[in-house]
Design a protein around this ligand. Structure first.
Ligand code: AGP
Length: 568
């Protein structure tokens, strides 16, 4: 949610900033802007719309200068207009800054300090406050301002009286600094500068940085501090071949599975962490929550109570936590605010399952299992979901001391994706007004995830329902304008599912069966019960993507959503 990028080097900053923003566009893409310092003068250009709008403007009217900050926004306070876009400045242009996060008390601060602002954005209040606050130098002013802010922030700031320096501040919103021989790069996601830097620094909460072309200095509230650099983990070179990232990311699932399974070998000690636990809470949002629903099924042999919880609800519940409770937090990005806020209330064993090393959730939890799905940038989570299920399956095998039966999983997935042709189904789906995904047991979870995918990128009104529950109310929705996709992977449930199909057809609805059986409308490969959900989601991810494209949308950047939801 919102991306920050910064550059200090020897070459013009504009192309680095645009490249950085393009890499960060998955975090927000409704407006963008840059501030570049040219001979001591700070020039700001902002545009509503995607980063490409800003890029065109900078191609027409180039900004010179070798130091700059940039931002791609996902609107929280105020419409996605040019006025509300970052960078923001105070009225006298003493301070120019970009911000990720939310300032909860911005209206109180505005009133208390009588701040003059012209936009609706909470960020402008920070700039106005920073320009007004007294301090012996800019660092002290920044520290004093941050003490007054309630909420979350990653800030990159340029002061007009010190235009060769970028100051940083961080609380609850990620911020990293990368260093190479001839340049320093700043970003809210280290992947955005990975191409240029081998090492990078991660700011922790309440830390600050002062960066010039000569040095990087770090501070906490009281003093200057030394920080260790971090190295990027080696990652497999995931190929991009298609027009849209989501198409690529679905096709990368087999490689992501292989990489994740191999990397899991590093986390075998986690077995000890499961000793003497009295219960498990699995907490996450959206797609990651659906993987928790499967997690509960994979781990149910442990014979302890297991609860799968939606993070934004769990936060307000009263979980029965003891020192022997294990809370597992699943998050592809590792930055989801709803999920991270739950970690704080769990004074017990905490384990993160995430795709992003050094993400906020890895610092919040006592233990971490990393997936290796590769960078997932399309807003709709795909390959990471399959890897989350795989981790739960591998955990099951580890705890049961069984050998994982994954020998042919990667080749099965590859083969399956090669033969999968979803276009006809996508065209058919478009001719219906309503779409339902139904299933029993694990297939109902796949139905939920399939419905979420279709909703979020094709904007089709679509729901998931347990097959057996249909007749208790939802069947009323079924008519000739309804397409029902019945997911049926378990032989033992076939008879019941066939009855459900008849119920739907008797009401004029169309019911397609998705199953490993010959003659199925949507055919799955034959896989064990444990491995099936890792693969059975693939046709529905592909369906959502295809429908979105057929409707003329960009599946990577759906309206109203952002990849990494860093606000609660
Ligand atoms: C996935 O397609 C969604 N865009 C969304 O539900 C996502 O899974 C959710 O916001 C959680 O994200 P996380 O895994 O990064 O925590």
């Amino acid at each position: 949610m919102c991306g920050i990028f910064g550059y200090i080097g020897k070459l013009d900053a504009d192309s680095f900033l645009i490249e950085g923003l393009k890499n960060l566009e998955y975090r927000g893409y409704d407006s963008a802007g840059v501030a570049i310092v040219d001979n001591g003068k700070i020039n700001v250009v902002k545009r509503a719309g995607k980063v490409s709008e800003l890029k065109s403007e900078l191609l027409k009217n180039k900004l010179a200068g070798t130091l700059g900050i940039a931002h791609t926004r996902w609107a929280t306070h105020g419409l996605p207009t040019e006025l509300n876009a970052h960078p923001h400045t105070d009225i006298d242009k003493k301070v120019t800054l970009v911000h990720n996060g939310i300032i909860e008390n911005y209206l109180e601060l505005k009133k208390e300090y009588n701040l003059k602002v012209i936009s609706e954005a909470d960020t402008e209040v920070i700039a106005a406050l920073l320009a007004k606050i007294n301090g012996k130098d800019n660092l002290e002013k920044l520290k004093k301002t941050c003490e007054l802010l309630k909420g979350s922030y990653a800030l990159a700031v340029i002061f007009s009286n010190e235009p060769n320096i970028i100051y940083l501040a961080k609380k609850e919103s990620p911020l990293m600094v990368g260093e190479s021989q001839d340049k320093i790069l700043i970003s809210s996601d280290a992947n955005a500068f990975r191409k240029y830097c081998k090492n990078f620094y991660i700011l922790k909460n309440n830390e600050f940085a002062k960066i010039s072309d000569k040095k990087i200095e770090f501070f906490n509230k009281n003093k200057k501090i030394n920080k260790q650099t971090n190295k990027f983990l080696n990652t497999f070179n995931f190929q991009n071949k298609n027009k849209y990232l989501m198409q690529d990311e679905i096709l990368q699932t087999p490689d992501a599975i292989r990489e994740t399974a191999q990397f899991f070998e590093n986390f075998k000690d986690i077995k000890n962490y499961f000793k003497n636990i009295d219960k498990i809470y699995l907490v996450a949002c959206g797609t990651a929550y659906h993987s928790c629903l499967f997690g509960k099924k994979y781990l149910d042999f442990l014979n302890v109570p297991i609860f799968a919880e939606i993070a934004s609800e769990f936060k307000y519940s009263k979980p029965l936590i003891t020192k022997n409770t294990l809370c597992i937090f699943v998050s592809q990005s590792g930055e989801t605010a709803d999920t991270i806020s739950c970690v704080k209330k769990c004074k017990c064993k905490t384990l993160a399952i995430t795709n992003v090393p050094n993400s906020s959730i890895t610092f919040a939890c006592k233990k971490t299992i990393l997936m290796k799905a590769g960078w997932e940038r399309a807003v709709a989570s795909t390959k990471a979901y399959s890897c989350q299920l795989l981790i739960f399956y591998l955990l099951k095998c580890l705890l049961k001391e069984e050998k994982p039966k994954t020998k042919t999983l990667v080749s099965d997935a590859k083969k399956y994706l090669k033969t999968l042709n979803i276009k006809a189904l996508a065209l058919k789906a478009l001719s219906y007004e309503k779409i339902m995904f139904i299933g029993r047991q694990g297939d109902y979870i796949t139905a939920k995830e399939s419905a979420l995918k279709l909703k979020e990128i094709s904007y089709i009104n679509c729901i998931a329902c347990p097959s057996g529950e249909l007749k208790h109310g939802t069947l009323a929705l079924v008519d000739e304008k309804t397409l029902v996709i019945l997911i049926s992977t378990q032989k033992s449930l076939k008879v019941k599912n066939d009855l459900t199909k008849k119920e739907i057809e008797a009401r004029g609805g169309t019911c397609l069966i998705a199953s490993p059986e010959e003659g199925a409308d949507i055919k799955f490969p034959s896989l064990s019960r444990d491995l099936m959900p890792i693969i059975s989601i693939l046709p529905f991810q592909a369906l959502a993507c295809e429908v979105s494209i057929l409707k003329g949308y960009n599946p990577d950047k759906p309206r109203n959503l952002s990849k990494s939801v860093t606000v609660e």
